[in-house]
Design a protein around this ligand. Sequence first.
Ligand code: PEP
Length: 251
Amino acid sequence: MRQNIVAGNWKMNNTLEEGITLAKEVNAILVANKPNCKVVLGTPFIHITEAVKAVDSSVVGIAAQNCADKVSGAYTGEISAAMVKSTGAQYVILGHSERRAYYGETNASLKEKTDLALANDLTPIFCIGEVLEEREAEKHFDVVKTQIEEALFHLSADAFSKVVLAYEPVWAIGTGKTASPEQAQEIHAFIRQTLADKYGAEVADNTSILYGGSCKASNAKELFSNPDVDGGLIGGASLKAEDFHGIIAAF
Ligand code: PEP
């Protein structure tokens, strides 16, 4: 059966010292209050090695926020999937809308990144979602379907079963606007049906599909209680241990 997951995305926040303090705070809360879901912290690259050491890996997993679409070599400033794996991280967030919008990531480059993440035994937390104009034009179903098809549907069922999806409507990320529980359920069910059409009901049922976009303690329970919403990818509210725990406690 699929896992419920709450994953934090720290984005470009926290010095090394601040980040490790936060990781330790989250870990202490969760060791004392065992969560009813998997918890992941998506830290900047430079934090990962220390963050891995700072948490109990049976309670908290660590994710990178990106990896390169190349194996290795002359790609100044890039970090490969193998390098991420060597830090002890278990997950990598791929295709976040900020990376698509500001760093030109495409479904084609994300296909390469996904393959390299899987080849290095990292679990991709693969982000999809539409911008406001696409939602208003009722194109959101087509947009997420194309993102999934072009970046992920070359995978075998076995490989796909290692992927976690995060539906993140771009208009809800960092804006304070959240998809309503009904909007979230509607598109998560559509995504699961898209997976079932390609890989069959068993793979679809076993895939965790997270919601992301201004999720916080006050709305997490309502969002996560939907049958096809298996947790959240959390930006702003993952930067304070108490706020993040408020969301985790929704399970
Ligand atoms: C995110 O960055 O993935 C995100 C969902 O951000 P926020 O929770 O701040 O909207």
